[in-house]
Design a protein around this ligand. Structure first.
Ligand code: NAD
Ligand code: DAU
Length: 355
């Protein structure tokens, strides 16, 4: 094996955000060995990493973060210096259908990974790092005013956010109790290429393209704070290299949108790209039953990350959304592959046969 200055395990690297983080690290740091550990659930797809799969500093290992024996063997084989942990069940609607799957991967899986990391590192914690990637949803729901800061108390309200909050607490518990060097970041909603089409933006793009109805929950008034996925990956790079051990950082784009406004914007962009008459795609909008416990508004205050580590988002939303739509239009094979089979079953369970 070549001599690498760092050996990093990235979990969940075959998923949406994980694949962008793997790509960034593999390309930017040829001196690091990047090992992608992923169970390849419905959300994991090695096609997301085609462009780096044969890089000399990249390896894929299939495995579940709950499998302590397998993770231990990988630690022994690769002698990791750091873990960047993204593997998780990530979809709120699925967490409402099957909460225990979220407890297994997000809570028990994170605890298992912390446990193995501590076991291998405890005699020499110097220059080791467990970086945990989390979400703004742990902070709960905002009213019309205010922002989440790093000091906002946790108030998770969905099975997904409760499982992520619990994993965050375990990470901090390993720091305080055992001295495991950790860093945590909490990011707002991501969008961009390779996003599984069960989340709002890629689902709407795919449905507009296929003239399928556009299911907007409730009145479409809920607000999310959107960040381009490559900006999230850059933030993780910055925090990984410059962040303070034991600290946490919020990541967000100061970019709040009501869901219905995003859907209208996507309709306008796609009317142009598909040569449809203006207003055609918007006719597909259908208001459907609201998500139970639907958080009204998320908004991240990312001042600390900007002031202390100098990170800023690079893209304006409209520009990022255009790039995203173009990627989906140019990668229809990818979309067809991930929307075949189980996806259709999930879709009818979530939206009913009529949609
Ligand atoms: P994703 O669902 O697209 O990908 C998750 C990946 O984890 C998949 O490749 C899947 O195969 C893998 N995985 C799931 N369970 C596993 C297990 N038990 N063992 C090993 N691998 C497993 O998710 P994403 O949207 O890329 O999110 C990645 C991380 O970022 C998650 O921790 C999520 O909570 C967090 N996050 C996501 C967003 C967002 O907007 N998507 C925002 C903030 C934080
Ligand atoms: O805030 C960060 C979180 O963002 C991440 O931690 C999660 O992993 C990620 O999935 C995302 O969660 P959301 O629930 O905000 O994302 P989603 O794309 O599922 O929904 C965005 C908004 O759009 C939300 O208010 C629900 C609404 N929605 C979603 C779908 C799928 C609809 O109105 N219709 C839909 O069909």
């Amino acid at each position: 094996m070549a001599v690498f200055t760092k050996k990093i395990m990235i979990t969940g690297g075959a998923g949406f955000i994980g694949s962008h983080v793997v790509r960034l690290f593999v390309k930017k740091y040829p001196q690091y060995l990047i090992v992608n550990l992923d169970a390849l659930t419905y959300a994991g797809n090695l096609a997301n990493l085609k462009d780096v799969e044969s890089a000399a500093n990249y390896k894929f290992e299939k495995g579940d973060i709950n499998d302590e024996k397998r993770i231990g063997e990988l630690f022994a084989a690769y002698q990791f210096d750091a873990v960047i942990h993204l593997a998780a069940e990530s979809h709120v609607d699925r967490s409402i259908l099957d909460p225990l799957a979220f407890v297994r991967s997000n809570v028990l899986g994170t605890a298992a990974l912390l446990n193995v990391s501590l076991r291998f590192w405890k005699d020499d914690l110097k220059d080791k790092l467990f970086y945990h990637v989390s979400t703004d949803e742990v902070y709960g729901s905002l009213g019309a005013e205010g922002f989440f800061t790093e000091d906002t108390p946790y108030d998770p309200r969905s099975p997904y956010s409760a499982s992520k909050a619990s994993s965050d607490h375990f990470v901090m518990a390993y720091y305080h109790t055992y001295g495991l060097p950790v860093i945590l970041s909490n990011c707002s909603n991501n969008y961009g290429s390779h996003h599984f089409p069960e989340k709002l933006i890629p689902l709407m793009i795919n449905n507009i393209l296929n003239n399928r109805s556009l299911p907007v929950y409730g009145k479409g008034e809920n607000v999310r704070d959107w960040l381009y996925v490559e900006d999230h990956a850059r933030a993780i790079d910055t925090i990984f290299h410059k962040g303070k051990t034991g600290d946490k950082y919020n990541i967000g784009g100061f970019n709040e949108w009501k869901n219905i406004d995003i859907v209208h914007l996507l309709c306008r962009i796609m009317d142009k790209k598909l040569n449809r008459a203006e207003g055609d795609s918007a006719k597909l909008i259908t208001y459907v039953k609201d998500r139970p416990g639907h958080d009204l508004r998320y908004a991240i205050d990312a001042t600390k990350l900007n002031k202390e580590l100098g990170w800023t988002p690079s893209l304006q939303f409209e520009e990022g959304l255009e790039k995203t739509v173009d990627w989906y239009l140019q990668n229809q094979d990818w979309v067809k592959e991930v929307t075949s089979g189980d996806y259709q079953k999930y879709y009818s369970e979530q939206y009913g046969k009529a949609h």
